[in-house]
Design a protein around this ligand. Structure first.
Ligand SMILES: NC(=O)c1ccc[n+]([C@@H]2O[C@H](COP(=O)([O-])OP(=O)(O)OC[C@H]3O[C@@H](n4cnc5c(N)ncnc54)[C@H](OP(=O)(O)O)[C@@H]3O)[C@@H](O)[C@H]2O)c1
Length: 345
């Protein structure tokens, strides 16, 4: 048996019934799986969104039913490997985001397919490492796969607007884009979040609480080569259509709530791309091992001192009280960098 934190929907994250400690039967790795002992986990907005759809604390449960575990961002140690696993062994220190269709990492142990895991950078503590996988894969796929920018500098000098620079995803994207030689124009609305974006390497920081075009014009960037929207797709749709240059590219990671007018992009032949970090594992795409490769590349960059952990808040231990705290902070929409929980106490 292992300890885990089950979540309920239907109540505020601050309701004492939202999270509870449970004991679950040991998980057995499938042929391609790693069984990982979770040392640290990061929380993400997806956790709060999935929790919202879970049954409430009063909902009847079937005897023997296993509760849904949230959490798709972790660092830990391999305890056992499936028979077909190559490249990992017991005792390896790993990091991964995982698959939203499987149980998450709010437990002492979790199963994850080896193809979407990486060896974590030795330079980082478990907490520092847990801050990076989900946001790192999202930012990498958004910039270098969906927008097609070159990670190694072939697109140096091109302009990139990052909407939501200080959040989890923005904090990695700024670093990767800066390293790729792009002109990075991030947005933040507070002194602390603006300073954080500058510290990560943003060339310019705009305030997203004010119209963006009048802030861009004095910088000499009336139109952008690329836009990465890590915030509200609906709210920014008209302004993105206005600011993207002819034949430019836009990527978004947050689903729209209302229909979007694609015609706004037609005259400019601008392209629009979705990025969803869980696409590869969810649909078991043949290339899902690319996520393992991205994690390996991120680990190299960390070891080379070219990428820094975005950990800003560490809560210990991993328990219902600290998970409630972490969800409350995420729900504020004002998080800077990443919140990580460590140790099982
Ligand atoms: N598709 C995917 O694969 C994927 C992956 C990861 C995340 N997501 C989604 O992407 C969103 C961002 O995730 P995250 O982890 O980066 O979130 P986060 O860390 O919670 O983002 C917090 C940041 O959002 C900024 N923000 C708040 N209002 C904003 C606005 N109107 N415009 C621009 N920025 C604003 C805040 O900056 P200020 O305090 O400076 O205002 C704050 O720093 C979430 O909805 C999440 O579910 C999707």
């Amino acid at each position: 048996m292992f300890n885990a934190i089950a979540a309920h929907g239907g109540v505020s994250s601050q309701d004492p019934r939202a999270f509870r400690l449970v004991q679950l039967p040991d998980a057995i790795p499938g042929p391609h799986d790693l069984l990982v002992r979770v040392e640290a986990l990061a929380v993400n907005p997806v956790d709060t969104k999935v929790r919202a759809g879970l049954p409430g604390p009063e909902a009847p449960t079937q005897p023997g039913a296993v509760p849904r575990l949230l959490g798709w961002d972790a660092a830990g140690e391999v305890e056992a490997c499936g028979a077909a696993v190559r490249g990992f062994g017991p005792g390896d220190a790993v990091w991964f985001a995982g698959d939203i269709n499987r149980q998450g990492c709010y437990g002492e142990r979790v199963l994850v397919e080896a193809a979407i895991c990486g060896h974590r950078p030795p330079k980082l503590s478990a907490a520092e490492a847990a801050a990076l996988p989900l946001t790192g894969i999202t930012a990498w796929e958004a910039l270098f796969e969906r927008l097609g920018l070159d990670p190694e500098g072939a697109d140096a000098g091109r302009s990139l607007l990052i909407l939501g620079g200080a959040g989890g995803v923005g904090s990695i994207a700024i670093q990767l884009a800066r390293r790729a030689g792009l002109v990075v124009i991030a947005t933040a609305s507070r002194n602390e979040s603006k300073a954080w974006c500058e510290q990560l390497g943003a060339d310019h920081v705009l305030n997203h609480q004010h119209p963006l075009a009048p802030q861009l014009a004095p910088l000499g960037y009336e139109q952008l080569d690329a836009i990465a929207n890590f915030s509200d797709t609906d709210a920014y749709w008209p302004v993105m259509a206005e600011l993207i240059r002819p034949q430019g590219a836009i990527v978004a990671i947050v689903g729209n709530r209302s229909p979007l007018d694609l015609n706004l992009l037609k005259a400019k032949s601008a392209s629009f791309h979705w990025e969803f970090m869980f696409t590869r594992p969810q649909f078991q795409t043949a290339d899902r091992g690319e996520q393992g490769a991205i994690l390996a590349r991120l680990a190299q960059l960390v070891e080379a001192g070219e990428l820094f952990s975005t950990l800003t808040t560490e809560l210990t231990p991993i328990n219902p009280t600290n998970l409630a705290r972490a969800h409350g902070l995420l729900e504020s929409g004002r998080t800077i960098g990443k919140i990580v929980l460590t140790g099982w106490g």
